[in-house]
Write a protein of this length. Sequence first.
Length: 318
Amino acid sequence: MDKIQSLKEKKKKFWISSTGYRALIILKALINKPCSLDELTELLKANNVTNKSLSKDTLRITLNTLKQAGCLIKRPNKNNGYKYEIISHPFGLFITDFELNALILLRDKLAEDSPWQYIIKINSFFNKFINLTKNPIQIETIHNTQPLGNIDENIMNEFFNTKYQGKKIGIIYNSSKNGEENLDILPFKIIYENKRIYLWCYLFKYHTNTMLNLSNIIKVTYVNIAEKYDFNNSYDVFYKVTNIPLRDFELKDYEEITESNENSFVVKANVTNEFWFIQRILQLGTNFKIISPDFFRQKLINKIKLIQKRYENNAQTR
């Protein structure tokens, strides 16, 4: 029995390089934040492997070892609070392009049916992970393909603040048509759709309600707290109906005919409940065409593509 016990104890023991182990602890600490000599000493004292042979000379030797391994470490001085600061190091992560594409597919799958709050956490994790590669092309690829787009979380949080309700706000917006432009808006609500977050708002410049892609808002320039505005957040949609006789078409109470001829007619709808209006318009099948506004036409296209994709996915799983 004593021999068996002795063998078990031997199996539990293992040898490690205390110098290498000490270097890894210090490297990890300095990657997280700059540390003073005393802070690094206390960190090593708290470890049951490195606390046995520890002195400030030992610590300095370990720092020199990291420098010889390729780490660029800034020496303590008055400007940095007398702390060691790691500027760069040669240690990183290598992944192939095949593995990168697999990670992108995994992220898209995780984000597919997730709320936007969870998607932001997913994006944050993948950005931190890919930064370990120090590969600018792979970092840019992950950044440019992330769900929700390149959204500024600080700006998004600003628009979730109730202090903006009923207030005129100035923003710098990166428009796909006009480039960067200064806009005055009255925000109504945040809308999450088709893996993008939009701001439903009134646009003073064009005198219309619209949806702005929140990831294209570069900066909030001002908030007018002196005046409070009360706009109707409904909007008008004009659509053309064909192949259905006017006498057989049932108008809703929020719709009116604006023009008609033998083959078609145009309907103006004042939309307050977007969900029900989309259901109503889709019931017309291929017998309608959205005339304006552009943002609603694009929204409907995105909705149809999403429905089509779900049917395709269901067909593949059968």
